[in-house]
Design a protein around this ligand. Structure first.
Ligand code: IVH
Length: 677
């Protein structure tokens, strides 16, 4: 153990290095070390901080994982009011803005090229929530949301989990200043979260902006940390700001560690601004995050001061809002989809039409209320828009084009798949088919979920085969999988000896899947992967889970009212109990073994590990279990995010090449076993 002085020195060194690597990775998009090397540094820091708790700073990069629970966020007054921007929608508005700027500066207007050209800075208008960050002596002190512009919520604990927000600055920063910017959720993260929500039967989040602001209001900062929010900064405030123009200050702020958009551009005169706008109007769809316009700011601070503010917004800046692209097309048919949970989604089938870079054929109609509100009818011409949402939506009906005699849409009353009566539960917008054990998409969907990678991981069984088995009457629920035999399978079309054997092997192997994943696989509504893990580790067996009262369930981390009710309902269902009984006799793990319990650690926590090649001591599945038991994540393909490759013999040449080019370390089976010993 190092003495306190040595530890302090090393902690400072590690903090600086880690901050620099975070900056390279999250702000510059240019990592210079592998994730594995990065984790080593972080591990050492965490170890030292644990050994010397008095040296732990609340701005340490180890605190990015969150974990603080905030019941209510304090309301704090902004040092400088957080104003908004006035909006413009077309060229004429912008030319008018330029004219007013010149008037305000008492410059004459006749300047085409040369005289009196105003220097503007054009920036992307990020679609998220605005945030004000205060830094004192280089440390992040406070992060406040806009609120009503006068006071906002102190969300510092949540902001600290966002990796592109520096906790400690480098270089020659002012002793005290505020920097403002936008917190947003990248499109990919948003899509991933919605896939996961869909998987556990929860309504998707509407758009990345709502998702970002909802996330920042969450009480558990550890959940915020997992949501991978990001933050661009665009406005510096304070007494001792280094330069007398906006653009140079932004460049300077970048050197202190902030994420500044590389698309920010100086433009000379309003014509130049219009070019920037026209470029991004077309190209914005290629960005990995949503923008809803362009912000135009007068660059020079003296000019900004001269122009001043109105009550609501600065006179030296304006937002240009993109038109959400809209087209009109024919609604050919309304169909209804039945999901795994029985939820019905009405879908508008449209005459294909080009919109915002893609061909749109379908749009969600969400639920019966929306259909009624739009009064949309088959054969209507409808306006379709792609705004902040990724799925296009129907905005309105072009009534001038409605053919005479169209009857209002009558929402279906029976399930389009199985014919049973639909129910609409109190306070829910959606209709449900309750025939969960006999309605084909529900049955197939539940089995698909059961065999999926994060659940029982039976990868020899794809969606088509499940449907084939179901249609042939061989499976009615996932417990029937364990009664399949070669004799039953071989008569099926496209089922050769080898594929039958693979399939049965895969099913057989799933009996080793640990309880926590089984609990996710059986598909209790609202119980996602993480919740299942928490419940399994706490309760340790399905038998015990079955006996818990609502109050006892609520004591489990992550279990709230909805989940508790859903678990109780699950175990009240006779059909379900019968299925569980059959899974138990098939040998599925419904207990966390003592061995598993005592063997699990968080040694691999936060690590993404790819398994490749052939191993001597353990099977790939066993190695996968080890990874999970120790808190790691087994992923399929190598990327810059991979921590290391657990490499056996005969690793594929493509994988090898990729690992080498990204500098991802290869770890042998023995080294790995040593690591988790
Ligand atoms: S500057 C006084 N720059 O848009 C000037 N705002 O409608 C303060 N926004 O409240 C704002 N990107 O939340 C500025 N590059 C950008 C921006 C931006 C997004 C947001 C911000 C602001 C709102 C104004």
């Amino acid at each position: 153990m190092q003495n306190s002085e040595e530890a302090k020195k090393r902690i400072t060194e590690l903090t600086e290095q880690i901050n620099q690597h975070n900056y390279n990775y999250y702000s510059l998009d240019n990592p210079t070390i592998s994730d594995y090397e990065f984790d080593k540094l972080l591990e050492e820091l965490i170890y030292l901080e644990k050994a010397h708790p008095s040296l732990l700073s609340s701005n340490s990069p180890s605190q990015r994982v969150g974990g603080t629970i905030t019941k209510t966020f304090n309301s704090v007054k902004h040092q400088y009011p957080m104003l908004s921007l006035s909006n413009s929608y077309n060229e004429a508005d912008l030319i008018d803005f330029d004219r007013k700027v010149k008037d305000g500066l008492q410059l004459n207007q006749t300047d085409l090229f040369g005289t009196n050209t105003i220097e503007y800075v054009c920036e992307l208008k990020f679609d998220g929530l605005s945030i004000g960050l205060t830094y004192e002596n280089g440390f992040l002190k406070q992060a406040i949301t806009r609120g009503d512009g006068v006071q906002g919520d102190d969300v510092t604990v949540n902001a600290k989990t966002i990796k592109s927000i520096p906790l400690q600055l480098k270089g020659d920063f002012p002793a005290l200043f505020e920097i403002r910017g936008e917190i947003f959720m990248p499109k990919k993260v948003f899509e991933q979260i919605n896939l996961e929500r869909e998987d556990i039967g929860e309504a998707p989040l509407a758009n990345p902006r709502n998702a970002a602001s909802g996330t920042m209001k969450m009480q558990d900062s550890a959940v915020v940390a997992k949501r991978n929010l990001d933050c661009y900064l665009y406005y510096l405030l304070g007494e001792n700001i280094p330069f007398s123009n906006h653009y140079d200050n932004l460049l300077k702020a970048k050197t202190w560690g902030f994420k500044i958009s590389k698309e920010t551009k100086r433009c000379f005169g309003i014509e130049d601004v219009l070019k920037f706008i026209n470029y991004w109007d077309k190209e914005r769809h290629q960005l990995p995050f949503e923008i809803d316009g362009i912000v135009i700011k007068v660059n020079n601070y003296d000019q900004q001061r001269q122009l001043g503010f109105t009550a609501k917004s600065p006179r030296w800046a304006i937002a240009y809002k993109f038109k959400a692209e809209q087209v009109s097309t024919l609604l050919e048919e309304i169909t209804y989809q039945v999901g795994r949970t029985g939820a019905i989604t009405p879908v508008a089938n449209l005459k294909p039409v080009a919109l915002a870079g893609t061909i749109v054929k379908r749009a969600s109609l969400h639920n019966a209320d929306i259909i009624e509100k739009l009064d949309v009818r088959v054969r209507d011409t409808v306006f379709v828009e792609k705004g902040g949402e990724i799925i296009p939506k129907i905005i309105s009906v072009d009534l001038t084009k409605r053919p005479p005699g169209l009857a209002p849409t009558k929402y279906i009353e029976d399930c389009p798949e199985c014919g049973s009566k639909l129910k609409r539960k109190d306070n829910e917008a959606l209709h449900y088919c309750l025939n969960e054990y006999n309605c084909s998409p529900q049955v197939v969907g539940k089995i698909e979920h059961f065999v999926s990678r994060k659940a029982m991981n039976i990868d020899s069984l794809g969606g088509e085969t499940i449907e084939q088995l179901y249609k042939a009457g061989l499976i009615k629920n996932y417990s029937d999988l364990y009664d399949l035999t070669k004799e039953l399978l071989l008569p099926l079309e496209r089922m050769a000896e080898k594929s039958a054997r693979n399939l049965l092997d895969g099913i057989n192997k799933s009996k080793d899947v640990p309880f926590e994943r089984v609990l996710f696989a059986i598909g209790i509504r609202h119980v996602g992967e993480t919740t299942a893990k928490k419940i399994a580790r706490k309760v340790k067996s399905l038998e015990r889970l079955k006996l818990l009262t609502k109050e006892e369930l609520l004591e489990i981390d992550e279990v709230g009212d909805t989940i508790a009710e859903s678990i109780l309902a699950f175990f009240k269902n006779e059909n379900q109990l019968e299925i569980i009984k059959r899974l138990t006799s098939a040998g599925i793990q419904f207990n966390l073994s003592e061995e598993q319990l005592s063997a699990s650690t968080d040694k691999l926590s936060g690590k993404s590990i790819v398994i490749s090649g052939v191993f001597n001591k353990y099977s790939r599945d066993q190695l996968k279990n080890f990874i999970e038991q120790h808190g790691g994540k087994n992923v399929g393909s190598i990327s810059a995010k991979t921590t290391f490759v657990l490499a056996g013999e005969n690793m594929g040449p493509e994988k090898l090449k990729k690992a080498q080019s990204l500098g991802i370390p290869l770890i042998t089976e023995d080294d790995f076993l040593e690591m988790i010993k």
